[in-house]
Design a binder for this molecule. Structure first.
Ligand SMILES: [Zn+2]
Ligand SMILES: [Zn+2]
Length: 590
């Protein structure tokens, strides 16, 4: 600033000498033009505002004289000049170096008077303009980085500073750091060395530091126990943790409190603390409760009764279907020395023998009949038609008058119906690395369900099962090849013909079919008695075999989603697993 003031003093002296006009009136550059207007003789000359960007140097007009009409018009506004008179010279001064507003001084007007116009008759008012030096844009750029969580800080030291002028220096350092899964800006610190922070407008172009969670797997071991035992300690393995304890204490537990014999799919699970640094996939275990066998002994009677298997806990004794020895009738069942009537409930805690006990009949008795009412069979329990039993001789009769004896007692027993499973729905899709689950629901009682594992996906290279091929499992990817006729699949340079291939493209794999010319097919395909649909539209995976519910040309179809050799085949003339009727052409009925 010192330098500028010194210059200004010199300038004022020069102004006084050079201008030679009788009345110089100077106003602050902030004054309005109108306020300076005092009479009809007033000539107002105001410097035009201008701007510059900080460049580390002194900028602006020095003691500059303009004598060219175009230059003068560019530098000042003029008001009050009489017709015929011309402004032919002005002097300007304005200087600064740091970003700020500086006055632009105007002085030294030289006027060429028109013919007949009065001379030296202006009251000249000079008005300052504003010379504004703006901050220089200084761009700080930091690098990006990404990676999986590894417990260590993710950083990127790449950093640059662009826009420093005039050899000024500043030191910048990337300081961003991201350790846990998540993301943040790659921040920086700046040390202003010879540069002045007030002279720059800092623009940040910061990179991102992105840490993805690490994959961890928990596999719960399947387990079993014998009915009545307490649960074993469940076990499993945890893989992929950087540090033991990153998921807290991993415990293996059983969901539900079923104690009846049977296999419970996916009930063994893990409990652990969530940790955002891990994406945990859990493989659940199955739990099997093994029951006991109940066998029946005729004890001198004849006929046979089928053993009951996988029994545990309460068990309802059946009617005796053995034929009594001559002159004897059924008395009771004997189990571990205790006597029970038919349909009494016993508790089974081990393999159990049930023995028929017989008693003598009174040949001369009158039948004393009681009705056993009809009972419908359920999925798991047998039922019976109505019949009459005689307490005197143990014989069974169809009628209450004891006219028609039932000699084959098993003929009135209606066997348990068994579950009537539906086609099942895929409750977990199989992948090429993990088994899936299909859940079936009993059509007689929807509270009965069972699950079945879906094997990992694979496909035989000869899908025509009638051709006697050995069905080699094809697993290796060929390579895609495009020529003028379309897409092909090359294996060791040989095109695949008349066959399926499971091929990756852009990170996603699907089944594709190549025809006799080795050309990738699209649209409908008849193959091995099944119809398939190969996606005909260009969406990145044209030609892929579709599965599940699909809308094609306005009609809904259903293609087998489960992996295996039937995958992709069109459902026709049936009810699809998602519950719709489809016609012979596979289209959903209205
Ligand atoms: Zn009788
Ligand atoms: Zn059922």
């Amino acid at each position: 600033m010192k330098r500028i003031f010194a210059k200004f003093l010199v300038f004022v002296i020069i102004l006084g000498l050079a201008a030679g006009f009788s009345q110089d009136v100077r106003t602050s550059y902030a004054d309005e033009i109108s306020s300076g207007k005092s009479s009809d003789n007033t000539l107002i000359i105001r410097a035009r505002d201008c701007t510059a960007v900080y460049n580390g140097l002194i900028q602006g007009e020095g003691d500059t004289t303009y004598a060219d009409a175009a230059d003068i018009a560019e530098k000042v506004y003029v008001e009050g000049l009489r017709s015929g008179d011309q402004l032919v010279k002005i002097d300007l001064f304005s200087q600064g170096d740091k970003p700020a507003d500086y006055p632009i001084y105007v002085s030294g007007a030289g006027i060429l008077y028109g013919a007949g116009n009065p001379k030296d008759s202006y009251d000249i008012v000079y008005q300052d303009g504003v010379f504004s030096i703006k901050r220089k844009d200084l761009i700080v750029t930091t690098g990006s980085a990404s990676g999986k969580y590894d417990g260590k800080p993710l950083t990127n030291s790449d950093v640059s500073l662009s826009g420093l002028v005039n050899g000024e220096t500043a030191f910048v350092k990337a300081t961003g750091s991201q350790t846990n899964a998540g993301s943040s800006d790659n921040t920086y610190s700046i040390d202003w060395e010879t540069a002045d922070s007030n002279c720059y407008n800092l623009i940040e172009k910061l990179g991102r530091l992105v840490v993805d969670p690490l994959e961890a797997t928990i596999a719960v071991d399947s387990a079993s126990k014998i009915f009545g035992d307490s649960d074993p300690d469940f076990t499993g393995t945890v893989e992929g943790l950087l540090k033991e304890g990153d998921l807290g204490e991993v415990k293996f537990v059983r969901k539900g409190d079923d104690e009846a014999p049977g296999t419970y799919t996916g009930v063994l699970t893990a409990s652990y603390e969530n940790n955002g640094n891990y994406r945990v996939s859990e493989k659940k275990g199955d739990f099997t409760i093994t029951g006991f066998t109940v066998t029946f002994r005729a004890n001198g009677g004849s006929g046979s009764m089928k053993a009951a298997t996988d029994v545990g806990g309460d068990y309802k004794l059946p009617a005796c279907l053995f034929t009594a020895p001559d002159g004897r009738m059924f008395d009771c069942w004997e189990v571990y020395g205790k006597e029970y009537a038919e349909r009494d409930t016993i508790t089974v805690t081990g393999d159990t023998a049930v023995t028929a006990k017989w008693k003598k009949t009174d040949p001369g008795h009158v039948h004393d009949l009681s009705l056993v009412e009809a009972k419908e069979a359920t999925c798991t329990e047998e039922g019976n038609e109505a019949y009459y039993t005689c307490s005197g001789c143990g014989k069974w009769f169809e009628d209450k008058s004891a006219l028609v004896e039932i000699t084959d007692k098993s003929s009135v027993i209606i066997k348990a119906l068994g579950h009537k499973w539906d086609k099942g729905v895929v409750t977990k899709e199989a992948t090429y690395t993990a088994e899936g689950i299909r859940t079936y629901t009993c059509e007689r009682d929807s509270s009965h369900t069972k699950t079945e594992k879906i094997p990992k996906k694979e496909r035989r290279s000869d899908d025509d099962d009638d051709d006697g091929g050995d069905g080699t499992v094809w697993t290796q990817a060929g390579s895609w090849s495009l020529d003028a006729s379309g897409w092909h699949c090359l294996e060791n340079g040989v095109p695949v013909r008349n066959d399926w291939r499971y091929l990756p493209y852009n990170g996603v794999s699907y089944w594709y079919f190549f025809d006799g010319n080795g050309l990738m097919k699209t649209g409908w395909l008849e193959r091995g008695g099944s119809r398939y649909y190969l996606w005909p539209f260009s969406d990145g995976w044209m030609g892929r075999m579709v599965t599940g519910r699909q809308q094609i040309e306005g009609k809904w179809y259903y293609f087998e989603p489960a992996a295996g050799k039937d995958q992709g085949h069109l459902y026709t003339d049936t009810t699809t697993p998602d519950g719709y009727r489809v016609g012979a052409d596979g289209a959903r009925m209205p």
